[in-house]
Design a protein around this ligand. Structure first.
Ligand SMILES: Nc1ncnc2c1ncn2[C@@H]1O[C@H](COP(=O)(O)OP(=O)(O)OP(=O)(O)O)[C@@H](O)[C@H]1O
Ligand SMILES: [Mg+2]
Length: 277
C-alpha cells in the first residue's frame, strides 16, 4: 500500500517549486481536460466546491502534469495588495525591492493559486483584474514598473460557496473573469479508491467509511450544517490503520469535528454503529 504523500507535495507547492513526483489525484469527471484547455488558452480558473473535496490536490496534480511551478497563497482579510505584489525593504545600505508571491509567479510563468479568495478584501482582489483579461499585465505602482505575465502564468482561485457569508461574496466584475470548475464529493467507487490509497485502508474498510460518509451527508436535510468531507474519511481510515477500533476512530475523526449538538451527534453515532457491525 503506497504511503500518503500529500505533505511533500504541499511543501513543494508552497515554496513555488515543481513537485518531483506525481501528486495523486483521481478525477471525478472531465476536470483534467477542461483545466488543460484553460491553461493552454491562458484562461483564469476558479475551483468551486466544499471543503476537503480535492481542490488543492487537483491544482497540485495539474501543476505537476503541466510542468509548471505552483505558488500557493492562502487568502485572509488582512492580506494586502503589497503582500501579493511586493514591498521595499529597508536594509543597512538603502532600500531594496522584494517581489511578493504574485509578482514572482507572474515573472516565472507559474500557476498562482489563491486559496479561499473570498476571504481577501476587495481592494486586494482588484490587483488580480489586469492579469485576468487579455492584457495579462501586473502594474507595480511602487516601482512604476508594469510586468507582462510570462507565457505559463495562470491564475487559479478557490472558492467555497457553501459557507454562509452574508456580507462577503465576490463581485461580479471579479467572478466573470474566471472559468469556473465545479467540485463536489467524488462518485462512490472513486471516493473508495481515494480513501483506500490516502488512508492506507483495505478495500472493505474504505468502502464502509465512504458508505458511512454518504449516509452522514444525508443528514444535511436534518440540520447538519457541515457534512463530512473526503478529508475526514481519510483521517478516520488512518486512525483505523494505526490500530484504533473502527467506532472510536469514526467518532473522533468524523462525528466530533462536525457537530456539538447532542441530537445530531446521537444520530451520527447510530449511523456509525450501523456501519461497523
Ligand atoms: N480526487 C481526489 N484524488 C486524490 N485525493 C483526493 C481527491 N479528493 C480528495 N482527496 C484527498 O482529500 C484530501 C483533502 O483534499 P483537498 O485538501 O484537496 O481539499 P480542498 O477541496 O482543497 O479543501 P479546502 O476547501 O478545505 O481547502 C487530500 O489531501 C487528498 O488526500
Ligand atoms: Mg484546499
Amino acid at each position: 500500500m503506497p504511503e500518503p504523500d500529500a505533505g511533500l507535495h504541499g511543501a513543494a507547492a508552497a515554496a513555488g517549486g515543481v513537485a518531483a513526483t506525481e501528486p495523486f489525484y483521481l478525477p471525478a469527471g472531465n476536470e483534467v481536460a477542461l483545466f488543460e484547455q484553460c491553461h493552454a488558452r491562458q484562461l483564469a480558473v476558479m475551483l468551486k466546491g466544499p471543503t476537503g473535496c480535492g481542490k488543492t490536490r487537483f491544482i497540485e496534480h495539474m501543476a505537476w502534469r503541466l510542468g509548471r511551478p505552483l505558488v500557493t497563497i492562502a487568502c485572509h482579510d488582512d492580506l494586502s495588495a503589497s503582500d501579493l505584489i511586493g514591498r521595499f525593504l529597508i536594509r543597512h545600505d538603502g532600500t531594496a525591492w522584494q517581489d511578493g508571491p504574485l509578482t514572482r509567479a507572474v515573472r516565472e510563468g507559474a500557476i498562482c493559486y489563491l486559496d479561499e479568495v473570498v476571504e481577501a478584501r476587495q481592494d486586494t482582489v482588484v490587483v488580480l483584474h489586469p492579469l485576468t483579461d487579455y492584457r495579462r499585465m501586473l502594474p507595480i505602482d511602487k516601482t512604476g514598473e508594469t510586468i507582462e505575465a510570462a507565457p505559463g502564468f495562470q491564475l487559479v482561485v478557490s472558492y467555497n460557496p457553501g459557507y454562509q457569508r452574508m456580507l462577503k461574496d465576490l463581485k461580479p466584475s471579479t467572478r466573470q473573469r474566471f472559468v469556473a470548475l465545479d467540485f463536489d464529493f467524488p462518485p462512490l467507487d472513486t471516493e473508495v479508491a481515494i480513501v483506500e490509497r490516502e488512508g492506507a485502508a483495505n478495500h472493505a474498510t474504505a468502502h464502509a467509511l465512504v458508505t458511512l460518509g454518504r449516509r452522514l451527508r444525508g443528514l444535511q436535510d436534518r440540520g447538519l450544517a457541515e457534512v463530512p468531507s473526503t478529508r475526514l474519511l481519510i483521517a478516520a481510515a488512518r486512525l483505523i490503520a494505526s490500530g484504533i477500533p473502527e467506532r472510536d476512530a469514526c467518532m473522533a475523526a468524523i462525528v466530533s469535528p462536525l457537530s456539538d449538538e447532542a441530537t445530531l451527534v446521537g444520530a451520527m453515532h447510530d449511523l456509525v454503529d450501523a456501519s461497523f457491525i
